[in-house]
Design a protein around this ligand. Structure first.
Ligand code: FAD
Length: 471
């Protein structure tokens, strides 16, 4: 008998799950409530798409694995995305100081608009055998607490039930999965939220002529100074644009008005972001988002998990976006689904539970890193540092401090932030040695720019004498 799967949501997790399923399932129906654009355009159901999205190498590798036969990287670059080597392509101020830049650029992340990434992945997956997207809003699950057998959908034509051998819930951060499970008599889903009150504000600018190769520039928030976190980033994206994203935790939120936006960038621990954009042409208004909590559903711990249901992407866990992890974790979760399908096919007993456990492993590392930092911000809700956190933080700060001036330590950080390896990488002997040794050189007093980059910055800077002595 032909097998059918239903995927809820045509975001990244949903489309990547569809790609995984298309290798073994005859028909994959993706149900999406939004009217999907035909090009790389913003859409209502993806409000976070207005903000900066970094695609880490670990996430890109997972996507390449899920969509074989095509180079996702090649397609993104051909569409105007940028590739940024973590070790040489950034000016980054961390809580421990400016990172040096190395000739060995290390792993590369991809930067582009979220709209471009989603459209491209959607198109590549839609071409795969058996995959189709249907417009409709999923209202709940069909079946029982032992086995999910489909979904209840509201379409233009009324209400319908779509039956399936496997349902993948990939409805994103607003997922109603806990309520849907409770309706089937599966009530015991534990949830945890750690909320630093983060607000994101983003504005697009035209990349100034001559600044096309200027490094990605980021001033990170500092969780360790008992003040609200404030950060800013200038990210190159397709179409000759800079995406400038600011983020502030409770008490340090960025404003939505253009003057306030610029003022905020100039008041960051270093004014480089403000100096860069003071001479750049804005394209449109400032967009603000507020729903950026760390939230985790411990679905893998539910005592009796139903057969026929898998939950992936933000529906499982969301993270403070400053760490650039959500899309990569969604892709790694979909790889977990692919692995289990390869082992026993869609009908294998216990498949859903095993996929959920694999997805939880991908979540765990990202959760530890995001929450491990967010708990230090003032007025954070839902978590506070314990003894273990203090020890881990001391160690990771020391390693980051070493990474400002030691290539060996920098390589360890690239491995972890690129999501190519898990956090146990931090405990390998070379990492421990680098952390114990500490920084090998004195801290940099400012961003490590080349003479050509200094000239670009000076030419763009319209802040005048106001910043004398600050930069
Ligand atoms: C401000 C911000 C910045 C971020 N920056 C980064 C970054 O730099 N790097 C990174 O990796 N991640 C980042 N993220 C996280 C990233 O956006 C998410 O992890 C990613 O979108 C998860 O994909 P998803 O498919 O699970 O959910 P989504 O992309 O939200 O997709 C869910 C889809 O499901 C649809 N849907 C929902 N409910 C239903 C329903 N009932 N019926 C039918 N359809 C439904 C929605 O319309 C939507 O299309 C950021 C997040 C935010 C908020």
């Amino acid at each position: 008998m032909p097998h059918r799967a239903v995927v809820i949501g045509a975001g990244l997790a949903g489309m990547l799950a569809a790609a995984a399923l298309s290798a073994t399932v005859d028909e994959v129906v993706v149900v999406e409530r939004d009217d999907l654009p035909d090009g790389p355009d913003h859409r209502k159901g993806l409000p976070q798409g207005r903000h900066a999205h970094l695609l880490m190498p670990g996430g890109l590798a997972a996507m390449e694995e899920l969509i074989p036969g095509v180079s996702v990287r090649g397609a993104l670059l051909a569409a105007g995305a940028h590739e940024v080597p973590l070790g040489s392509g950034m000016l980054a101020l961390t809580p421990e100081g400016w990172l040096r830049r190395w000739r060995d650029g290390g792993p590369r992340m991809v930067t582009c608009s979220r709209a471009l990434l989603d459209w491209l992945v959607r198109d590549l997956v839609r071409e795969r055998a058996g995959v189709r997207i249907v417009q409709g809003r999923v209202l709940g699950l069909a079946g029982s607490g032992e086995r999910v057998r489909g979904v209840r959908v509201e379409t233009d034509g009324g209400h319908e039930e779509f039956t399936a051998d496997l349902v993948v819930e990939a409805g994103g951060r607003g997922s109603r999965i806990t309520a849907w499970l409770a309706e089937l008599g599966v009530p015991d889903v534990r949830e945890k939220t750690v909320d630093a009150g983060l607000v994101n504000a983003t504005r697009l600018y035209r990349t100034p002529a001559g600044a096309e190769d200027f490094p990605l520039t980021v001033v990170q928030a500092n969780p360790y100074v008992s003040r609200p976190g404030r950060s800013g980033m200038v990210l190159p994206i397709e179409g000759g644009r800079w995406m400038v994203s600011l983020a502030g935790t409770r008490g340090g939120e960025p404003p939505a008005d253009p003057e306030g936006f610029l003022r905020y960038t100039l008041d960051l621990p270093h004014p480089i972001v403000g100096r860069l954009i003071s001479g750049a042409e804005p394209l449109g208004e400032v967009h603000v988002s507020r729903s950026t909590k760390n939230t985790r559903r411990y679905l893998e711990r539910v005592r009796r998990w139903p057969e026929g249901l898998v939950v992936l992407g933000d529906a499982v866990a969301t993270f403070n976006p400053a760490y650039g992890q959500g899309m990569s974790v969604a892709a790694q979760g979909a790889v977990g689904l692919l692995r289990e399908l390869e082992r026993g096919g869609v009908g294998a007993p216990g498949l859903a539970r095993r996929v959920q456990r694999r997805a939880a492993r991908a979540v765990e590392a990202a959760w530890a890193s995001a929450v491990g930092q967010d708990i230090w911000f003032p007025d954070v809700r839902g978590g506070r540092p314990g003894l273990g956190d203090r020890l881990i933080t001391r160690y990771s700060r020391r390693l980051t401090g070493s990474a400002t001036s030691s290539h060996e330590a920098a390589k360890v950080l690239w491995d972890v932030t690129s999501l190519r390896t898990g956090p146990t990488r931090l405990l390998r002997p070379d990492a421990v040695l680098a952390a114990l040794t500490g920084p090998l050189l004195p801290p940099l007093s400012g961003p490590p720019m080349t003479p050509a980059e200094r000239k670009i910055l000076a030419e763009l800077d319209r802040t005048g004498g106001e910043l004398a002595g600050k930069a």
